[in-house]
Design a protein around this ligand. Structure first.
Ligand code: SAM
Length: 353
């Protein structure tokens, strides 16, 4: 590279650094403003209005002062969350987008509970001591913040447990739909299915609805299933997946194994394997696969961020590459497995005894 070219390249890199450093300094503001929009019920108000709404109407509906609400909306529109559209009277108004509908409190697209969980003081505190988790003799950042691990904390705090379960259900609604579309025939030939770490039962409810021939079991810690809804065709069973998993034709495990280190993951997988028939059983794992450099796609960034979330919030959890999945499945005694990416953060890994 010639000297002038090198200087130009250096200046470009400096400019890039000057711009990007502000994104990190103020990165938290995006989550905070989105939480503010949910707290105020902005998306719900625009949806109920049924057509674009002026600042003045939105302010009076929400009981907000127009000036700060205008600034919040300017930010959210700049991020593409809401859009500007003329009202029937020809005045500038705010309108919904597919993204803003995710901020509604209810409905099949709502992701509000997941945003409220991640922006709760309980889940934010561990981020401030992430370095503690990374140090050679460090402690888990969640335990440093709260004195116990996530599962003991949720067991002792029913309100947080409820928010956690509702947050997981947001993702479950997306992923079950993506799985049904992306993996036709996945549940054919099965008559029973146990959802291991099934939370409040949203996943198994949707699966049994989509595949009515399935008898479902929602299996989770006793304090979780004791408050899970009664669902027709689904039995709620409380227990510990490290000790045993209820028997069924197949075990389903969504966003659970990434909460654990390899050693625990292998133990859970062995218990799932014991729960299914040796000849025709299968374990259906729905979890992220971290791609290698050459396979990256538009969700790679989100998956790497998820790995950081798991680092901050669990004691030993991690997102895994395909090679790492192959290792834990082999150690747990599975003879073969298939991997299918779906339109979601997770892929579907089917493991056979
Ligand atoms: C990240 S959540 C996933 C919930 C659900 N599968 C979903 O994706 O909507 C992990 C689940 O594992 C459950 N869990 C943790 N430890 C467990 C144990 N020892 N036995 C059974 N379930 C456990 C938690 O209560 C929680 O519901």
């Amino acid at each position: 590279m010639e000297e002038t070219q090198r200087e130009f390249h250096h200046e470009e890199e400096e400019e890039h650094a000057d711009i990007n450093i502000w994104k990190y300094i103020m990165g938290f503001s995006e989550l905070a403003v989105v939480k503010c929009a949910i707290d105020l019920g902005i998306a719900d108000a625009i949806e109920s209005h049924g057509r674009p709404i002026t600042l003045s109407d939105l302010s009076s509906t929400l009981g907000c002062a127009p000036s700060p609400l205008y600034r919040i909306m300017r930010f959210l529109m700049h991020r593409g969350i809401f859009k500007e559209k003329l009202t029937t009277q020809g005045s500038p108004g705010y309108a919904q987008t597919p993204l803003s509908r995710r901020l509604m409190r209810q409905g099949e697209h709502s992701m509000a509970a997941l945003i409220l969980l991640e922006s709760s003081p309980v889940m934010l505190a561990p981020w401030l001591s992430l370095s503690a988790q990374v140090l050679a003799n460090g402690t888990s950042s969640f335990e440093k913040a709260h004195g116990k691990d996530l599962w003991s904390y949720t067991a002792a705090n029913p309100d947080h447990s409820q928010l956690f379960n509702e947050a997981m259900a947001c993702d479950a609604r997306l992923v079950v739909q993506a799985m049904i579309q992306g993996c036709p025939g996945l549940f054919d030939g099965l008559s029973s299915l146990v959802d291991v770490g099934g939370g409040n039962g949203t996943t198994i409810k949707l699966l049994v609805k989509a595949c009515p021939w399935l008898q479902g079991i929602n299996f989770d810690l006793p304090h979780v299933v004791s408050v899970a809804a009664e669902i027709s065709g689904v039995e709620n069973v409380g227990g510990d997946m490290f000790e045993s998993v209820p028997k069924a034709d197949a075990a389903f495990i969504l966003w659970v194994l990434h909460d654990w280190a390899d050693k625990e993951c292998i133990q859970i997988l062995k218990k799932c394997k014991e729960a299914i028939p040796e000849d025709k059983g299968k374990v259906i794992i729905v979890d992220a696969v971290i791609q290698e450099q050459e396979e990256m796609d538009k969700l790679t960034d989100a998956r790497l961020m998820l790995d950081m979330v798991i680092m901050a919030h669990t004691t030993t959890g991690k997102e895994r590459t395909l090679k790492e999945w192959g290792f834990v499945l082999g150690e747990a005694g599975f003879s073969r497995y298939t991997v299918k990416p779906i339109r979601a953060m997770q892929s579907v890994i089917v493991a056979f005894p």
